[in-house]
Design a binder for this molecule. Sequence first.
Ligand SMILES: [Zn+2]
Length: 161
Amino acid sequence: MSSDKGKESVEGSSSRSAAATTQPSRYESQKRRDWNTFGQYLKNQRPPVALSQCTFNHVLDFLRYLDQFGKTKVHLQGCGFFGQPEPPGPCTCPLRQAWGSLDALIGRLRAAYEENGGLPETNPFASGAIRVYLREIITVPRDFQLLESFSTHFGALLYLV
Ligand SMILES: [Zn+2]
């Protein structure tokens, strides 16, 4: 029974260069929230996933899961709004998290993992598979087009409350 408690809170809109260079306290609190969100996600799996069992596959699933709350519309090539920065209406094309958000998110979770007792050698956030995934987002598949700039959404990450 998954309640629909997707709730958005846009954070860090004032810092659009590098999230890590903002005040430590802000970074720390954001990191804590990210970590809690991820922990909640693992707990909601069936069966629940213990942190010690967490692999990069769980992280990738988590990133895909976040996509459904993404703010960047990725129009499919067949969509009538393809190529239009300001679509006049809704369509069924998928949403994605902006790359900058995910990159910063992974950085925070990677640090939080080790701060919470995880070993660097088994840190799933440090996996090469994650980097490959992020790179794939940058080089968007040919039939997709990102219509909104990455920077617009930098730091704008959704949190489950
Ligand atoms: Zn569309």
